[in-house]
Design a protein around this ligand. Structure first.
Ligand SMILES: NC(=O)c1ccc[n+]([C@@H]2O[C@H](COP(=O)([O-])OP(=O)(O)OC[C@H]3O[C@@H](n4cnc5c(N)ncnc54)[C@H](OP(=O)(O)O)[C@@H]3O)[C@@H](O)[C@H]2O)c1
Length: 209
């Protein structure tokens, strides 16, 4: 049976991942801050993301780790780089080497031929420079690791159900209308764990037509 560790389990993508993993009969472990409300029935260890020793038991017996946390509105929390550094440090003490880390299509160097999208990315970086820098650093930490990582960069996330029409790749152009449902994103991530296609790649994942 496949086992997956979810960091950010209390969020909407965390919930979609939990539902999808359960539907496949996978085992779920997770770690969350003390105030988090995780889906019922999920084994959660609560603590601070600074505590690597506390994270080790969450990742030591799993096949893959998914990091799907990010700042909630009003999008001012700067914690993703430090949290990801701690998760990776914990993984490096265990046999688990597969990491899927969700960032976003506004983060880092992302191919776009869309002027509005390029403008939106600039606006985000101007409006939230500390968050943008934190997410850039998060990606840099993942890419500098010796893990089998995949950075997953969705555009706008929606609560639409599964469409089964997902496009994924490093060079997919994104625009302001690009989107993917959390259900599709979750299914893609579990498929990528089951059959790795994008190891050590940064990829856009979005809904196709
Ligand atoms: N929303 C979008 O349209 C969009 C687009 C592209 C990429 N993304 C990225 O996709 C990922 C999932 O997004 P989502 O909208 O599904 O997430 P979400 O529902 O907003 O959930 C955010 C998760 O991050 C955790 N978190 C927030 N602040 C934290 C902090 N200071 N310390 C520790 N944990 C914290 C939350 O825990 P609590 O429950 O404790 O708050 C929760 O588990 C994120 O990386 C996000 O940046 C989102």
């Amino acid at each position: 049976m496949t086992a997956v560790a979810i960091f950010g389990v209390s969020g909407r993508t965390g919930g979609a991942l939990t539902a999808a993993a359960r539907a496949r009969g996978w085992t779920i472990r997770s770690y969350a801050r003390i105030s988090s409300v995780a889906p019922s029935g999920v084994a959660v260890i609560s603590g601070t993301f600074g505590d690597v020793a506390q994270i080790v038991p969450v990742v030591e017996c799993v096949d893959a780790v998914c990091c799907v946390y990010g700042p909630r509105a009003p999008y001012v929390d700067v914690f993703c780089a430090a949290a990801t550094r701690a998760v990776i440090a914990a993984m490096q003490r265990t046999p688990c080497h597969r990491l899927l880390c969700v960032t976003g299509a506004m983060i880092g160097d992302v191919p776009t031929r869309s002027r509005p999208m390029a403008w939106a990315r600039s606006w985000f970086r101007w409006r939230r420079p500390a968050v943008a820098q934190d997410r850039d650093e998060q990606e840099a930490i993942v890419m500098a690791s010796d893990l089998d990582w995949t950075i997953v960069m969705p555009p706008r996330l929606t609560e639409a159900g599964p469409s089964g029409r997902v496009l994924a790749g490093p060079d997919l152009p994104v625009g302001l209308r690009s989107a993917v449902s959390r259900a599709d994103l979750a299914a893609f991530m579990l498929d990528e764990i089951a059959t790795p296609r994008f190891v050590r790649e940064r990829i856009i994942v979005q809904q196709g037509h």
